[in-house]
Design a protein around this ligand. Sequence first.
Ligand code: ATP
Ligand code: MG
Ligand code: MG
Ligand code: MG
Length: 439
Amino acid sequence: MRLSRYFLPVLKETPSEAQVVSHRYMLRAGMIKQSAAGIYSWLPLGYRVLKKIEGIVHEEQMRAGHIPMLMPTIQSADLWRESGRYEAYGEEMLRIQDRHGRDMMFTPTAEELITDIFRANVSSYKDLPLTMYQIQWKFRDEIRPRFGVMRGREFYMKDGYNFDLTKEDALHAYNRHLVSYLRTYERMGLQAIPMRADAGPIGGDYTHEFLVLAETGESEVFYDSAVTDLSFGDRAIDYDDVAQCQGILEEFTSKYARTDETHDAALFNEIPEERRRVARGIEVGQIFYFGTQYSEALGATVQTGDGQSIPVHMGSHGIGVSRLLGAIIEASHDDKGIIWPEGVTPFHCGIVNLKQGDDEADAACEQLYSALTAIGLEPLYDDRKERAGGKFAGMDLIGLPWRITVGPRGLKNGVVELTSRRTGDSEELSPEEAVKKIA
Ligand code: ATP
Ligand code: MG
Ligand code: MG
Ligand code: MG
């Protein structure tokens, strides 16, 4: 992409409405624009990152054997009356009427809708197990939308639903989700700690929230610092291997890590004092096994091998795709701007031409642009006739992992400058070596 032909409306001033750094940088870097409280347009740069995050979520869900699909954003109230949640859901549900006076809503979540699809099409245990998911816009009329995309009213969420014959099978689905989520967040450069959460009126131990530690997080969390030493890494995983998935769940959830709703002071105090941590976190996902709550209410049953009709065991599993942009920036920035982890960066590398219009500098930049593109990388070439200082500040703000600076002086010696955004270290290299190092 050439900056002269792109749409990147960078702001010089710090927007006064933004209270947290991720919101400030997303506005300043021209990634989003608010259209109403908690509702945003995704400008080209923000949209690119959103799509990168969505892509990782898709890859990891499909790797786990979960099937992508898409449900509508507008639902009828009927199914929610059947499940009993239409009245219970409360003010977060944006209720709409169509021209015939029928009650509709903008979907806040989709347990009812997917269960209806299931009951209409599946009747035999032979069709189980089944896990489907979507990545779709949701709307919740949050009482206090804030922190930009972190607590929006319209937001982008992955929601997945498993249907299983037995509790045991459904818990394997739960474990698969836990493992796939660990991989997903790590690929985004994040440490998201599974913490025991509140299962509400259903009770039980089968819900975990994934939290990214951050001072600006809205959840209070309590944990044993030993959990922060765990990482999934590049170990091989077989999602059909029940014992392996269970082992990973145990490894990642046996140390104390809880949100305030499930915090148990007595248990917490059993941790050696130097490892006790009280901090704040951003909820970037949640997994939930809830048994037969919806399948019983909506009549989602299957015939077993011996002819019995039984309600299926279900769970639902969410990832806050749009919230993740905020969480990643909270976790990875400095006072000059964002520092994108490689996995989600909107462009892999910036090219700064110090003397636009100089034949040699222009030609060297074009060559770098082609060489990077040829190996599948996406460069952002600042080809505007602007001062070098402004170009550097812009690149630092938008936070691409690498910057190549090209100017007539360096080119005389056959070199360009390669700078790492994260470390700030620069080195002079031939253009070919610079490309090789980025690849
Ligand atoms: P929160 O506690 O932050 O209100 P939640 O527990 O109500 O979130 P879930 O129903 O668990 O949310 O939805 C799955 C994921 O969707 C959450 O873990 C979070 O990452 C994301 N999410 C929920 N509400 C919002 C929102 N208003 N804006 C952006 N992302 C959200
Ligand atoms: Mg909520
Ligand atoms: Mg929550
Ligand atoms: Mg939640």
